[in-house]
Design a protein around this ligand. Structure first.
Ligand code: SAH
Ligand code: SF4
Length: 404
């Protein structure tokens, strides 16, 4: 018995099992529509005695028309709209705050959940792409020492609806902005000029707060909902999931029909260093992780992206670049080198530009595809979990970053 309790507790602590407390938000609104799969929505409306096609109409309203309230659902009969409004909700997130970077190309939203917890979502606008970065947990159990989310510990898993609603929020915002721009007669094409197409976002990356593979079911359900052809219709090739290296999750992902891109947060070329920087490595060391990555490539035919945060004097020497090249030998992959985003109170500093370039050169000389990626939105602390950390400590001076 003792063993069972210990194992369950440690699985919960790692975020592999949900916490003991009941799922929040359920009391206020017994049915969260965005928590339902397409099939569950069919079943709900069948129970309510509605004709079969109604569920399809409602799904379309939620995922294609991006309706944010029931009043907008003009082709549904009034009694059904009233029942939906009385018994269900389609808004699991309450918007709290938006931050916009000085160049206006990176935005970050903070949302409050029904139980008062908060999560962040980031939008990055490029010339031809609109990428939203979504969170899957409140906090994270893995505790990487350079990560603001890791510092706050694990609180709870997000529900599928709380995950999917983050992407829908920015899709809706982009579409509204384009409609406003058009109405105002602005002929200048904006970076978001693709939004008249559906979906208004071109990419979803699961790289926000939390370890997505430790909340596998909810994350996958959210990605499947976004992929559904009658709804949001975002292709799997436009989705990427980042993991700290939860090997069973990678194995499971490799078997899925939905071939979502895999990014692995490597950050160190040896077990000794990775045990420190990504503590999950003690459970799933590099040999096991690399074997799982090879299997993913074999089964999916897709390359793996490795994230490597460059930490000055810790993991950024030429010798470590050679070790990394050795580790990735013969694997179809790409390495993203990211000078670490300094987190308040953390001793880790980003590598200098010349150091990053030298590290990059070593990788490229050994034939490894690699790039140095500059972190976007540094002025709005667009790194994982930083806004939430600042809010929790109450040191937000309430100013828009552009005004500082
Ligand atoms: N838990 C998952 C996904 C969320 S974190 C994972 O770790 O992969 C998304 C990415 O941001 C990861 O590669 C993570 O290591 C990186 N990251 C976290 N804090 C960072 C920081 N301060 N600077 C640079 N990258 C950071
Ligand atoms: Fe968790 Fe990822 Fe942050 Fe590590 S980097 S603490 S795994 S969110």
């Amino acid at each position: 018995m003792f063993h069972v309790v210990t194992v369950l507790t440690s699985l919960r602590n790692w975020g592999i099992l949900p916490p003991m407390s009941p799922r929040p938000g359920k009391d206020a609104h017994p049915i969260q529509l965005l928590d339902l799969t397409r099939q569950e929505l069919d079943e709900l409306l069948a129970r309510w005695g509605e004709p079969r096609y109604r569920a399809g109409q409602l799904w379309r309203w939620l995922y294609r028309e991006l309706a944010a309230d029931f009043a907008a659902l003009s082709n549904l009969p009034q009694p059904l709209r009233a029942r939906l409004a009385a018994e269900t909700s389609c808004r699991p997130l309450e918007w709290v705050e938006d931050l916009v970077s000085r160049d206006r190309r990176t935005r970050k939203a903070l949302f409050r959940l029904a139980d008062g917890e908060t999560v962040e979502t980031v939008l990055m606008l490029y010339e031809q792409r609109q990428t939203v970065c979504i969170s899957t947990q409140v906090g994270c159990a893995i505790g990487c020492p350079f990560c603001a989310t890791g510092w706050s510990g694990f609180v709870r898993n997000l529900t599928p609806g709380e995950i999917v609603a983050q992407a829908l929020y920015y899709a809706r915002r982009l579409r509204e902005e384009e409609t406003r721009e058009k109405a105002a007669g602005q002929g200048v094409p904006s970076p978001s000029s693709l939004v008249s197409r559906h979906p208004p976002l071109t990419n979803v990356v699961v790289m926000g707060m939390g370890e997505p593979l430790a909340n596998y079911e909810a994350t996958w359900q959210a990605l499947e909902a976004l992929n559904d052809a009658q709804g949001f219709a975002l292709g799997a090739r436009h989705m990427t999931l980042s993991t700290a290296g939860l090997v069973p999750g990678i194995e499971r992902m490799s078997q899925e029909k939905l071939q979502v891109g895999l990014a692995v947060s490597l950050h160190a070329p040896t077990d000794r260093l990775r045990n420190r920087l990504v503590p999950l490595n003690r459970r799933y060391p590099l040999a096991e992780l690399m074997a799982a990555c090879h299997r993913y490539v074999e089964r999916s035919g897709r390359r793996v992206t490795f994230e490597y945060a460059l930490l000055q004097g810790i993991n950024d020497s030429d010798q470590q670049a050679e070790q990394l090249a050795g580790l990735l030998h013969r694997l179809l992959c790409h390495v993203n080198l990211i000078p670490v985003n300094p987190v308040q109170g953390s001793p880790y500093q980003p590598s200098s530009r010349p150091r990053a370039q030298s590290f990059l050169r070593v990788l490229q000389q050994t034939g490894i595809a690699a790039t140095v990626r500059l972190r976007r939105g540094l002025d709005i602390e667009a790194g994982c979990g930083q806004l939430r950390q600042r809010q929790a400590k109450g040191d937000d001076n309430g100013q828009h970053p552009d005004d500082r």
